[in-house]
Structure formats: structure tokens, C-alpha cells
Design a protein. Structure first.
Lengths: 130, 330, 554
């Protein structure tokens, strides 16, 4: 058993690791860059939306509800149900839904999990926590 | 009767209990940090500078946790054995010269090497009992594994410990350590290498960490323990580790003896001791990190078929070469 | 492929009038409806002719007055042998005596659709809890979830399914591994009978992560189902979406642009690379080689970053869709991908050497968990498990899909049949996959990456097959001409492979359990997608090869 043994191949790798900087990314102390095109929190363009409701119909996890905001029905996103597939953005005929690279979505209350259309209308105070 | 203050101070503070505790926790941290670096990760980071207080924090956490005693266990053994194992290890540590003499001054005697090894064996038996008493199948398997492994590896440990003892013509740690102007590790490297490997098994480190192979038997013998008792078991392990490294230091690396640059001899003794033990821990950790865990049957086989014959051979070699070695030393 | 056409003509010639209908809508796909009961003749014909014939799964579909049973055979392609049994009296002869690997599939159909398989040695519930009301079959169309809420009761506990204990037990200890156990990353339970350190037997209990995806898929539109099947398994999500999209594209006769096929291949292979590296790392952890685990996972990270860059998420790719892929590849990205892959390739080469030579790793995996070639064929295992047992079987070669027809690569197989061989297969496949991705990038056709497809799909059925990282994955989709599928059946590779676990582990050591389990690379969230969870019921059953094998007397 012992005579046909070779020395472990990892020996050098492990020795050299001691002097290397750890690979760990020290998040959150060091920010993490996500690439463009990352599927994060939604951005709604209230100007473009025509209240057609296609996004609501096509969302596979029923995470969209059309709500009435200043006289117009617009989508509200429930991030707790959302699977970030961006089917909504794909289905929207007016490209009113875009993606953002915001990925830090943890909150301490359920309100924080809603993306409300009000947020994107400049005149109104923003209610959702960033 | 006048109370000997030095005695109490030595036993309790330096180099006694508190110093040993601090040392064990420090080694725990060092081991974790080194392992982490070998694996290219951070290791303890946030508790104190470089995370050095992490082990302390862990123990404080354990002490505040609920202490669960399962209904099925043997209560007496279950409660007693963690403390017993811990105190046995501490007791054994008292016979190891850290600052040039034993913790209790002048308690060194011819044969304390044997006493320490016996104490370690009994302490391991206590750990076995702790697993056995918890009547959990994982603990049961873990406990039997301790015993299987330990009984096997005790023999080569004793045989190999005899090599330096033979060279120093003494069975006391102080005498053996003091005799090493040239460390025995250089004189009898074969025994040194074998001793390190056997120690790896005694300390249940990879590739011999079979008794608590968590992907096989969860926590091994300590599965059922929680809170204070788990803290004691973990502390015992830390102390076992300390003793193991200390054994190598004393037997092969000249223990606390080294050049004194300035100031008191005791301080330098402690410094040399700690530095050498850290080196030993580094080697142990390195071996652990470049190997996978073996299986118990493979360990038993390699023990009886390879290690014991090799240990005997190395003792024979030491005895044969003794005159030659002696002439080198003097 | 010649072998496939030959197989179909052999079936047609020999069965003669028993073949009621035979459709071959595309190469390597055949749907043959035979007279009730003739499926056995058809399968034994195939078995006699081709050694590597195996069964992929059995789909049961409720057609109203009949239940259709599709035996998906793999034989140079997917030969689907159909049988229709009347719903009032759904009985059919078992095929477990011909192919022991069908045991689980028959039990699954028995459980979910209530078809009796006559002669099955151990026709017990596989998935549903014991106190599930009798006569409620969730995959039948007339079943309503409400039926169960009122129906489940402890009194209906089916004592039959409570497993037989080992009677002669003396020094045998029961060691339960899971549902929560460090060796398992997903909740499952294995109850091991252990004599000292030797494993005498094992009883598995699946079903802790059930989500009912097959049923749920019938209530979402086709394009939404892509997102649903993606969630069958996080790790091999690209395999699932590719497979499902292919099946639907076959139904709708949709031509996917070549660029999309190449892009699919790229993401699919990146998926395989990270899955295999994940497993190799986990194998290190399971064998107590923590440093190896950390290093492999460190080197897997660049692959995750690549996937994130290409698809928009590091794990859930949401890349495939029916008719192509959802994003084009940024032309600048190709260079970066290639550079990263070259780096990873160096590391992968190094790990191949580690797994090949490291003494302690070899000590732990060599000769452990042996699954002989004949057992592997009988039990119809798939993927790296089959290839580790010396069977050259890879859907990418045997039934080329996406761009695999045009991309050169080797099928890795080892003859050692043990855990080590299964790990080595994966270590080498990482290298092959890297080459595939690089080749695909270099030969990426230009043009469209997607065609728009209508929501409604014509009536029809199709089998999608891909080689997922863990083995052959098969989706069966049936459409009735609406926007919603009539039936979706998913057979993930782990269900095909887990059947071999008792064979591998019996007689091994306790310490071999993680080594063997790891080498199977089990993924229980795939397997469980159709398993029903029952938390109150502490049911166990006894599962052994003796039961899977045909009983001599019958
Ligand atoms: S990203 Fe997907 S799940 Fe989320 S709201 Fe849009 S369609 Fe729904
Ligand atoms: S699909 Fe687009 S336009 Fe239609 S409601 Fe949604 S956001 Fe508005």
C-alpha cells in the first residue's frame, strides 16, 4: 500500500496558498461589481406604460399586480414572489420595464419588497426604501 | 502553615492554568488561521485583531447555550466525562516544562514522560466514555473509533517517545529537553518524522480525523453534547492539541531551552516553547491539509502493518547509532 | 442513426399487426402504439438486439377514458412504446423482469395514476404518503387538490408499506442519515443498517423537497413553463430549459436558428463545468479533504462569473426559451470567456492529476461502491455513473441536439466501475466541456438568436433528451392544441441513478457512504419534484435489490 504511493499533488498548491492573498471577497466591506445586464430590481417607466396588463398576465410567478396610481393602472412588483426571469420586460409592448443591477434587496419589512410605480414618478415622494 | 504564594501563582497564573488556557485558545486560533490561509480563505477576521479572540468568543457563546441532556443517556457519565477529560489533560500539561521547569516547581521526576502519556490515554478513554454514554448511534460509532484508533496509536507513540529518552538517558521531560543542544529532530529525523505522523493520529487530525468525520457520523462522539459540556469537550480537544504539540517540542526540539538574549530566563523559556510549538502545529496542520480522511480499517491496517514495525525499527536504529550520535553532540 | 432506424424496423417487422400506429416525426424519435400487452414483446425484442437498451422512464397520461403509458426506451434515440389501458380497470403486465431498472418508474405511475403493474415484485407507493386516500391519483385529470385535504387521515395508514425489519438483527445498529446531515446538501433520509462499521442495508426516504412541478406545469403557458422547469434544479437549470424547449419546439415544428443552438450549447456546457467542479469539490469535502474542496470551489468561481456575464445571473440562467435564446452574446465577451476558460483549464488539468494521483483520495475511492457494467445496464443508470461503469453513453453523441452534431468532443468512460472512476469521468469531462465552449465560440454562426413563436402549440407530443451534468435528462411534453401543455413529464438523472445506491453500498463501510453517495452526485430537488411530502408520517420501507430484481418463482 505504502510503496506505490506518490506524494500528494496538492502539496505545492497548498504551500503557495499560504502566502497568497485570500480569495475571499470581503463583501460588504468591499463592494461587488455585477455585470451589465444583471437581472436585478425592476425599473418602470411610467410614461411609456400603456396599462395593457400583458406583464401581469405573462409573469410566471404572479408577482405583478396592476395598481391605480394617479389615475393610471401600472404594474407593481412583489419582489418576494419574483424570480427575476424578466419575462415581464420581454412581454411589455412598450419596453416600459427595464432591468437594473440593484441586487441588495434584503429588507426588514414586507413594504421593502414592493416595487411601486409611485417610486418612478418624480413628483411624488418615494415611499419605498432603497 | 505558610501558604506558598509562588506555588499558587505558578499553578494558577503563569505558567499554570490561565497561561495554558490562553495558550490553548491562541493555538486554536492559530490553527484555524493557518488552515484558512492554506485553503485560500480568510479564517477568523472580525473578533479582535486578525480575529484572535474568535475562540474566546466561541467558548463564551457555548457557555451561554442551553445544556441539553437527552433522556436516554447515562446521566452520571454524560455529565462527568467532559470535565474529567478536560482536567486530565490540564493535569498532564502540568508536567510539561514550559518556562524551563514544571508548573509545580521541582515536581519533575524520573518517569514523568510515562505519566503524561498515561494521563493522555486515560483522558482519551474519558472521551470515549462520553460518546458511549450518549447512546446515539453516531456517538457510539465515533466512540468506538476513538478507542480503535487510540489503542493502536498509543503503542508507536510510546516506542517513539523512547528514542529521545534513550538518547538523553532519562525519562523526565526536563532532562530530555535540557540535553538537546542540537535538537533531537536533527539527530534522529526518522523518529521525528514518524512521531509527527503518529501524533497526527493521536490528535485525530486529517488524515486520521475519523472519530469525528462529520460527513459520515455528524459530530462523532460529541454529537449529543451541547452548551457547557460541549465547551468542555472542545476545550479538552484544544488541550490535547496543545499537549501533542508540546510533546514534540519537548522530545525533539529542545523544549523551552534556547538562547537567552536578555531578561529573565523563564520568559525566554516560554517564548521558545511557544515558538517551537507553533512550528509543530504548522507542520501538523499542513499534513492535515494535503490529505483526505482515511477509513478506519485502512488506519488500523497501516498502524499494525507499517507504523509499529517502523517505530520499532527506528528505536533499534536509534540504539545502534547512539554512540555515533553521542560523539556528534559532545 | 442507423441503429435507431434498424430498431424501429425490427419492431415493425416482428410485431406486425400488433403495431397500431407508428410515427417517426423526426430522426431518432419514434412513437409506436402497440396493442395492450404487447409492450413486453417490443421491449424484449430491443433488449435482445441491443445490449445498451435501457428504459428512460414511463409516462402515464390521463386521456379521459384511457390512460396512456409511454415506455421511453433509449436505443440509439428515443423509442416510445405506447400502450393504452382502460381507466376503469388499469392493469398492465410489468416489465421489471426484463429490466429491473424500471421498478421505480412503474411504482411512480402506480402511485400517481393508479395503474396496476401485474407481476411487479414490490408494487408499493413510491412517492405519496401512506395515509393518502385510496383512489386519489393526483396526475389524473379529474383529481382536485381539495380531495386530499378532507381525505387524509391516520386511520387509512397502509400497513403494507411499513417495511420489513431485518429479523436476525443482533449487533446491527440503525444509523439514520438525514434528512439533516452534513453529508447531504439537500434533505433526504437514508436509514442504514450497520454492523460495526459495515453497512448491511439501506433504506432511502425521498420526498422532503417536493414541489409538485409536473402538475403545476399543466397550469402555466408553455413559455412560462420554461421558467418553471428551470427551477426543477438550480444547478442543472440550463439542461432543463434546453430539454423542455426542445420538446416544445419539436411539437410546434419550430426551427431554431443555428446561432441560438450554439449559444445554448455554450451555456449548457458552462453549466456542466460548474456542476462538475462543484461535485469534485464536494467529493473532497465528503472525503475529509477540506483544502481540495476550498480550492476547487475557488476555481469554479470564474465560471459563475462568466455565466453571470452571459445570462444576467450566476445561477439561474433564464437563458433558453422556446425558439432560441433570450439574449445575444456580446461580441466583446468572447475574448474574455476564452481567456477565463484557458485559466480554468489549467486548474482543471491540475485537479485531474490530483484525483488521479493523490494517495489518500485513491485509498478512499478505489474499489469502493462498485457497480459492474452488467448491473449498470440492468438498472439503467445514466450519465457519469454509467460512464464510470464502462458504458459509452452520452446523449450528446447518441442523440445529438443543439450544436453537438458539429462540435467534436470525446465521450469519457472508465472501466473501473468504482467511485474513483465516476469522479475521474467528471474531472475529464470538465476539460472536454471547456474545449466544447471554446470551439463553439470560435465557430459561432451569425444571424438571429431567436424566433418568435406563437403561444399556442399544435396538438402533438415530443420527447426532449439532453445530457444534463448528472446524466440523461428526459422531458415528455404533450400538447392538446392550447397554450397550456396537457402533460409534462420530467425524469431527472438522479432518479435513474439512485436506484443503484443500495447495490453499491451494501457490504461497504460506514465511511464509504459519503464517498459513494458523492460519486453519484445526487440532486434530490430534481428527484423530488414529483414526490409528495408527508411530515407526520414516519413511514419507512424496505428497499433492496432482491425486490427490484424479478422474483424467480413468478
Ligand atoms: S421578473 Fe419575472 S417573476 Fe419578476 S415580475 Fe417580471 S415576469 Fe414576474
Ligand atoms: S406590459 Fe408594459 S405597458 Fe403593459 S402594463 Fe405592463 S408595463 Fe405597462
Amino acid at each position: 500500500m505504502a510503496n506505490k504511493m506518490k506524494l500528494p499533488s496538492m502539496i505545492r498548491d497548498i504551500a503557495s496558498s499560504i502566502f497568497k492573498k485570500p480569495f475571499t471577497r470581503e463583501y460588504p466591506a468591499v463592494r461587488v461589481e455585477v455585470p451589465e445586464g444583471f437581472r436585478g430590481r425592476h425599473i418602470l417607466d411610467p410614461e411609456k406604460c400603456i396599462s395593457c396588463g400583458l406583464c401581469e398576465r405573462d409573469c410566471p410567478s404572479k408577482a405583478i399586480e396592476l395598481v391605480e396610481v394617479s389615475g393610471k393602472r401600472m404594474p407593481m412588483f412583489y419582489l418576494d414572489r419574483c424570480i427575476f426571469c424578466y419575462q415581464c420586460a420581454e412581454s411589455c409592448p412598450r419596453d416600459a420595464i427595464r432591468l437594473s443591477t440593484v441586487f441588495e434587496l434584503s429588507t426588514t419589512d414586507k413594504e421593502g419588497l414592493l416595487v411601486k410605480p409611485e417610486e418612478f414618478i418624480p413628483q411624488q415622494p418615494v415611499t419605498t426604501k432603497e | 502553615m505558610p501558604i506558598d504564594l509562588t506555588l499558587i501563582a505558578r499553578a494558577l497564573i503563569f505558567p499554570g492554568f490561565i497561561f495554558l488556557l490562553a495558550l490553548a485558545l491562541f493555538f486554536d486560533w492559530f490553527e484555524r488561521k493557518v488552515a484558512a490561509r492554506m485553503q485560500n480563505r480568510m479564517g477568523p477576521t472580525y473578533t479582535g485583531p486578525l480575529g484572535i479572540l474568535q475562540p474566546v468568543a466561541d467558548y463564551i457563546k457555548l457557555l451561554t447555550k442551553e445544556d441539553v441532556i437527552p433522556r436516554q443517556v447515562n446521566k452520571l457519565l454524560f455529565t462527568l466525562t467532559p470535565v474529567l477529560a478536560f482536567s486530565l489533560f490540564v493535569f498532564a500539561m502540568f508536567y510539561i516544562p514550559i518556562d524551563g521547569s514544571n508548573v509545580i516547581l521541582n515536581s519533575s521526576f524520573e518517569g514523568d514522560l510515562i505519566l503524561v502519556i498515561v494521563l493522555i490515554t486515560i483522558a482519551n478513554f474519558a472521551l470515549f466514555l462520553s460518546g458511549w454514554s450518549s447512546t446515539n448511534p453516531y456517538s457510539g460509532i465515533g466512540a468506538t473509533r476513538i478507542l480503535t484508533q487510540f489503542l493502536g496509536y498509543d503503542i508507536p507513540v510510546i516506542i517513539l517517545a523512547l528514542c529521545p529518552a534513550f538518547l538523553a538517558k532519562s525519562l523526565s521531560f526536563v532532562a530530555i529537553a535540557a540535553k538537546q543542544a542540537i535538537p533531537f529532530a536533527l539527530l534522529i529525523p526518522w523518529s521525528f518524522a514518524l512521531f509527527i505522523i503518529t501524533l497526527q493520529a493521536e490528535l485525530e487530525k486529517d488524515p486520521f480525523d475519523i472519530p469525528h468525520a462529520e460527513t459520515e457520523i455528524v459530530g462523532g462522539y460529541e454529537t449529543e453534547f451541547s452548551g457547557r459540556k460541549l465547551a468542555f469537550i472542545k476545550l479538552s480537544e484544544d488541550f490535547q492539541f496543545l499537549i501533542g504539540a508540546a510533546l514534540v517540542t519537548e522530545l525533539f526540539l529542545g523544549g523551552p531551552f534556547g538562547p537567552v538574549l536578555f531578561g529573565p530566563k523563564e520568559m525566554w523559556g516560554a517564548i521558545w516553547f511557544v515558538a517551537k510549538t507553533l512550528g509543530v502545529i504548522f507542520i501538523l496542520e499542513y499534513i492535515g491539509n494535503v490529505s483526505a480522511r482515511l477509513r478506519i480499517d485502512q488506519v488500523v491496517h497501516s498502524n499494525w502493518k507499517i507504523l509499529i514495525p517502523l517505530a520499532i525499527l527506528s528505536l533499534a536504529l536509534t540504539i545502534t547509532c547512539e554512540p555515533l550520535l553521542r560523539s556528534i553532540v559532545s | 442513426m442507423a441503429m435507431f432506424e434498424e430498431a424501429v424496423s425490427i419492431l415493425k417487422d416482428n410485431l406486425g399487426n400488433d403495431v397500431l400506429e407508428c410515427k417517426t416525426p423526426k430522426p431518432r424519435r419514434a412513437y409506436i402504439l402497440v396493442k395492450l400487452g404487447c409492450h413486453r414483446d417490443a421491449i424484449s425484442l430491443l433488449l435482445k438486439q441491443y445490449e445498451q437498451t435501457g428504459i428512460s422512464t414511463i409516462t402515464g397520461t390521463d386521456l379521459g377514458s384511457e390512460i396512456e403509458l409511454n415506455y421511453h426506451m433509449r436505443c440509439g434515440g428515443a423509442v416510445t412504446i405506447k400502450n393504452r389501458v382502460p381507466k376503469e380497470k388499469p392493469r398492465i403486465k410489468t416489465i421489471t423482469d426484463l429490466l429491473p431498472g424500471a421498478a421505480f418508474y412503474e411504482r411512480e405511475v402506480f402511485d400517481l395514476l393508479g395503474v396496476m403493474f401485474e407481476g411487479h415484485p414490490n408494487l408499493k407507493r413510491l412517492l405519496l404518503p401512506d395515509n393518502w386516500p385510496k383512489g386519489a391519483y393526483p396526475l389524473r385529470k379529474d383529481w382536485k387538490p381539495q380531495d386530499v385535504k378532507s381525505g387524509v387521515s391516520d386511520s387509512e395508514k397502509n400497513s403494507e408499506t411499513n417495511g420489513g425489519e431485518l429479523k436476525e438483527a443482533t449487533s446491527i445498529v440503525n444509523v439514520v442519515v438525514g434528512p439533516q446531515h452534513p453529508a447531504l446538501h439537500e434533505p433526504e433520509r437514508f436509514s442504514f443498517k450497520v454492523d460495526g462499521e459495515v453497512v448491511v442495508d439501506v433504506e432511502p426516504r425521498l420526498g422532503y423537497v417536493h414541489r409538485g412541478i409536473e402538475k403545476a406545469a399543466e397550469h402555466l403557458m408553455f413559455f412560462q413553463d420554461v421558467h418553471l422547469v428551470e427551477r426543477v434544479c438550480g444547478i442543472c437549470n440550463a439542461a432543463h430549459t434546453t430539454c423542455f424547449s426542445q420538446a416544445v419546439e419539436d411539437i410546434g415544428g419550430i426551427d431554431v436558428p443555428p446561432r441560438a443552438l450554439y449559444l445554448r450549447t455554450i451555456v449548457h456546457e458552462l453549466n456542466r463545468i460548474h456542476s462538475h467542479l462543484l461535485l469534485l469539490g464536494v467529493a473532497g469535502l465528503l472525503l475529509g479533504y477540506e483544502a481540495l474542496f476550498q480550492h476547487v470551489w475557488r476555481d469554479r468561481e470564474p465560471i459563475m462569473d462568466l455565466i453571470e456575464m452571459i445570462t444576467g445571473n450566476r445561477l439561474m440562467t433564464a437563458f433558453n426559451t422556446i425558439g432560441g435564446v433570450r439574449r445575444d452574446l456580446d461580441p466583446n465577451a468572447a475574448g474574455k470567456i476564452k481567456k477565463t476558460l484557458e485559466e480554468v483549464k489549467k486548474r482543471a488539468n491540475f485537479y485531474k492529476v490530483v484525483f488521479k494521483e493523490d494517495p489518500t483520495l485513491r485509498l478512499r475511492t478505489e474499489g469502493v461502491g462498485v457497480l459492474s457494467k452488467s448491473d449498470a445496464l440492468k438498472l439503467c443508470v445514466a450519465g457519469p455513473v454509467a460512464r464510470g461503469s464502462g458504458i459509452d453513453m452520452d446523449v450528446r453523441k447518441d442523440d445529438a441536439y443543439a450544436a453537438y452534431e458539429e462540435i467534436p468532443f470525446n465521450v469519457i468512460s472508465y472501466k473501473e466501475c468504482d467511485s474513483w472512476a465516476r469522479l475521474m469521468v467528471r474531472a475529464e469531462e470538465v476539460l472536454e466541456s471547456i474545449d466544447i465552449v471554446i470551439y463553439a465560440l470560435e465557430h459561432l454562426p451569425s444571424g438571429r438568436f431567436r424566433v418568435r413563436v406563437p403561444r399556442r402549440q399544435p396538438e402533438g407530443e415530443a420527447v426532449g433528451r439532453v445530457e444534463a451534468p448528472r446524466g440523461e435528462l428526459i422531458h415528455y411534453v404533450k400538447s392538446d392544441g392550447t397554450a397550456y401543455p396537457y402533460r409534462v413529464k420530467i425524469r431527472s438523472p438522479t432518479l435513474a441513478n439512485i436506484i443503484s445506491f443500495p447495490t453499491m453500498i451494501r457490504g461497504g463501510y460506514v465511511a464509504d457512504i459519503p464517498a459513494v453517495l458523492g460519486s453519484l452526485d445526487p440532486c434530490f430537488s430534481c428527484t423530488d419534484r414529483m414526490v409528495f411530502l408527508d411530515t407526520q408520517n414516519d413511514r419507512r420501507w424496505y428497499w433492496s435489490l432482491e425486490e427490484i430484481k424479478p422474483k424467480k418463482a413468478k
